[in-house]
Ligand binder design. Structure first.
Ligand code: ADP
Ligand code: MG
Length: 393
């Protein structure tokens, strides 16, 4: 199913309300990582070059329906202007007379950015009155905010019922890449799933099982699987209530002929802040030790499997990669994914941060900008922000 996208629209002279995901990490008013702004540039440039009057809108952080000065979008507008090489007018309200006035006097190919959508409590409740005010600013609506597509908010869902709605180029690329994994991937298809918790990723594992050849498990979630296999994991992070679920998934994988990779050796320490860990076999984890990374033997095995894959999905670090003492497993896997000949996709904020830190992002076929949204997509759920856009003719 293909959604109607901006390339199907005639945007010349039209006022286009474009929902983007400018939810960037800020510290003391400075943007820490502008990847999300960069990711939106191609759609904005397309609209500008086709003579649209571009009205951008986004949320930033969690102001919970109130104006929070530190979460104003002005620094984002300034960064975007640098990236585009044209002015971006930052408005100090979302809707209302000043915004209507500013939008009314826009020329073709001009760009404005509305204030943080979540300053208005009606955004997250998908209040029809806010959707109406947003729709009244524009002739057309474009959703390019994949990272917010799993939320049915006024700017992602409500507004689509009021003016003709399309997806943007980033949204289209995200949908195409993730759909390729779920529908007709080339085999062998290897999924590497890590991160802190099984509960976050169980739905993804279950939905991927019929589609993949191998699942390589690492990170905190591997501990619960090891426990399910009878391994003594000391003080490692585990989810006791999911041990049975983990056993069930291993059994289901066996029944379907899917290989499940679990660590055979690990890096353990007394504390997550330790400056070094010990490499041990999984049979020798002390009572007072916790697993913080996969071991070097496991990492090398995982890298071999990845090298032979035609399709690779990686979600979640293999260890506590924020601490250099526990970052090696993640780095080895990251290098293997970057070197793989197959089609490679990475999703999840922490895994994406890891690949960027290693300067390997350019060697990945698709890096998803949506953490929660890409997980829900891979779980096979319908994302309201996508479902609300009509199909292409
Ligand atoms: P992503 O953002 O890529 O989806 P997650 O948010 O699911 O990844 O998981 C990342 C977190 O998992 C990191 O904060 C990392 O420290 C934690 N983590 C990874 N391995 C372990 C482990 N063995 N024990 C505890 N925490 C872990
Ligand atoms: Mg994360």
């Amino acid at each position: 199913m293909t959604r109607r996208s901006i390339t199907d629209a005639d945007v010349q002279r039209q006022r286009v309300l474009c929902r983007v995901d400018f939810n960037v990490p800020l510290r003391d008013g400075a943007i820490q990582d502008d990847s999300r702004i960069r990711a939106a540039v191609s759609t904005i440039e397309w609209l500008v070059s086709h003579g649209a009057r571009v009205i951008l809108c986004s949320h930033l952080g969690r102001p919970k329906g109130k104006v929070v000065d530190d979460l104003r979008l002005k620094p984002v507008a300034d960064r975007l202007a640098d990236l585009l090489g044209i002015p971006v007018t930052s408005l100090e309200a979302i809707t209302g007379p000043d915004v209507t006035g500013a939008v009314g006097s826009m020329a073709d190919s001009e760009v404005v950015l509305l204030e943080n959508l979540r300053f208005d409590p009606r955004e997250e409740t998908n209040d029809p009155s806010l959707a109406r005010e947003l729709a009244d600013l524009a002739d057309l609506y474009v959703n390019d905010a994949f990272g917010a597509a799993h939320r049915a908010h006024a700017s992602t869902e409500g507004v689509t019922h009021l003016i003709p709605a399309y997806i943007g180029l980033l949204m289209r690329a995200e949908i195409e890449a993730l759909t390729k994994l779920l529908t007709g991937p080339e085999h062998p298809f290897v999924a590497i799933v890590g991160g802190a918790k099984v509960s976050d990723k169980m739905g993804v594992l279950e939905n991927l099982l019929p589609r993949v050849d191998t699942v390589l498990i690492g990170g905190g979630m591997a501990n619960t699987f090891l426990l399910a296999q009878g391994v003594e994991v000391g003080t490692s992070l585990i989810e006791a209530d999911l041990v049975t679920t983990a056993s069930g998934l291993i059994a289901a994988a066996q029944a379907q002929g899917v290989e499940i990779g679990l660590p055979t050796d690990v890096v353990v320490a007394r504390s997550i802040d330790a400056s070094a860990g010990d490499q041990v076999h999984i049979d020798s984890i002390g009572d007072d030790a916790a697993i913080f990374d996969i071991g070097s033997e496991t990492a090398a095995q995982y890298a071999d499997v990845i090298a032979g894959a035609r399709t690779v999905l990686w979600n979640g670090p293999l260890g506590v990669a924020e601490n250099p003492a526990f970052a090696e497993g993640t780095a080895t896997v990251a290098r293997a994914v970057a070197a793989a000949d197959g089609y490679t996709v990475i999703g999840g904020g922490d895994s994406v941060a890891a690949i960027q830190q290693l300067d390997l992002a350019s060697r990945i076929d698709h890096i998803s900008t949506g953490g929660g949204a890409s997980l829900e997509f891979l779980e096979g759920k319908t994302l309201p922000g996508i479902a609300a856009i009509p199909e292409a003719e």
